[in-house]
Design a protein around this ligand. Structure first.
Ligand SMILES: Nc1nc2c(ncn2[C@@H]2O[C@H](COP(=O)(O)OP(=O)(O)OP(=O)(O)O)[C@@H](O)[C@H]2O)c(=O)[nH]1
Ligand SMILES: [Mg+2]
Length: 361
């Protein structure tokens, strides 16, 4: 598995429409709120031009792309953290995700109801963010209650934990998401333990009509995203959904007719990669396969993504880069030119590396 993104937002803003566009699956859509009741999950291969070029040179058939999973959850409303709407279930669905795509309605349409009867992207976003903060506050307060006695008795670990929880709580009490903080390793453990939602990176996605992509709604959401240091993307959800229903051969043609260079899916995936600080590397010892890892991952841990034995018994990695392969035109010439490197356990895997792990268990 690569990574997963939860699509969140108010009811009826187009989350399922975008999910469908992305996954080509048919999550139920409708023009009334709370259409989605159970979370839809869809796994999408990450489009990657390099993969087919490597396959051609290394003569590998059926290369395996890395994958991204999208989770389309029920719309969130004010009071969700207290169980309003489908709130609690919704919140559980997103605790396990790596990142959030916060879908915001930036289209006018008399046919589609808005839960607060007025479209106001910044206030819409703040309703959701407030609920996410409240949800994290409630989890952290309960956690603190549980370990307070232990901490008071002098237990060192419990004391550190309470300190971190207090720091998080005072930040959340000001209505700020945790994701603007830099986390220590200890803090990261706590974030994982409690599935803190506001610590996840967020991408704000303006859902627009293709005929009206730069309206006032989009402008105000752009400013908001900039100020909060978040990723931002404009996507014509309904159009993308229509395109995704076309046969594969016709899609590119239709995009060209509309003057669109790249499908929304590709832009969204690239933004999600940036958001999560991910890179792609490849293995080709047997099948050619693409893998997703965090920037800064060392070779043994990258190997561990494939199999725990690879990490446990890691000896070294034989590495050459995608650029060297393209320039040389064959693996043989890569070696002749001395581009094949032997790297040890401290080697940090780079974007586009083609790697063979040697291990012994
Ligand atoms: N005009 C217009 N309508 C859209 C757009 N995106 C979605 N819609 C319509 O808005 C309605 C709601 O879309 P959904 O995708 O079901 O919304 P949702 O956010 O999943 O809603 P819930 O699951 O109820 O929270 C549907 O009728 C869509 O066709 C858009 O970009 N433009
Ligand atoms: Mg929906």
């Amino acid at each position: 598995m690569g990574f997963n993104c939860g699509i969140i937002g108010l009811p009826n803003v187009g989350k399922s429409t975008i999910f469908n566009a992305l996954t080509g699956l048919d999550a139920q859509m409708a023009n009334y709120p709370f259409c989605t009741i159970k979370a839809n999950q869809g796994i999408v291969p990450v489009p990657d031009e390099r993969l087919s070029k490597i396959a051609e040179i290394l003569k590998k058939s059926h290369p395996i792309p890395t994958k991204i999973e999208f989770i389309d959850v029920a719309g969130l409303v004010k009071g969700a953290s207290k169980g309003e709407g489908r709130g609690n279930q919704f919140l559980d669905d997103i605790r396990k995700t790596d990142a959030l795509i916060h879908c915001v309605r930036c289209f006018d349409s008399g046919n589609v109801a808005h839960v607060n009867s007025k479209i106001d992207p910044v206030s819409d976003v703040e309703i959701i963010n407030t609920e996410l903060c409240l949800a994290d506050i409630s989890i952290l307060e309960r956690a603190r209650e549980k370990i307070a006695k232990l901490a008071a008795s002098g237990d060192k670990d419990a004391k550190i934990k309470v300190e971190i929880i207090n720091k998080f709580l005072s930040h959340l009490d000001e209505g700020k998401l945790l994701n603007i903080l830099e986390f220590s390793e200890k803090q990261k453990l706590i974030i994982n333990e409690y599935g803190l939602i506001t610590a996840k990176p967020v991408l704000y996605l303006a859902n627009v009509d293709e005929s009206d992509t730069n309206n006032e709604y989009v402008k105000s959401l752009t400013n908001y995203s900039k100020e909060s240091g978040s990723e931002f993307l404009i996507l014509a959800g309904k159009l993308e959904e229509e395109i995704s229903e076309l046969p594969m051969e016709e899609r590119q043609e239709y995009l060209q007719e509309l003057g669109i260079k790249e499908s929304g899916l590709i832009r969204l995936i690239h933004s999600a990669y940036k958001l999560l600080d991910f890179i792609t590397y490849y293995t080709a010892a047997t099948d050619l396969q693409a893998w997703t890892i965090k920037t800064g991952t060392a070779a043994p841990q990258a190997a561990g993504k494939i199999h725990t034995d690879f990490e446990r018994g890691f000896i070294r990695a034989e590495v050459f880069s995608y650029d060297d392969l393209i320039e040389s035109g064959s693996e043989h010439i890569v070696k002749e030119k001395g581009h094949l490197r032997s790297e040890g356990k401290d080697y940090i895997i780079k974007e586009g590396d083609i790697v063979k792990f040697l291990f012994n268990v």
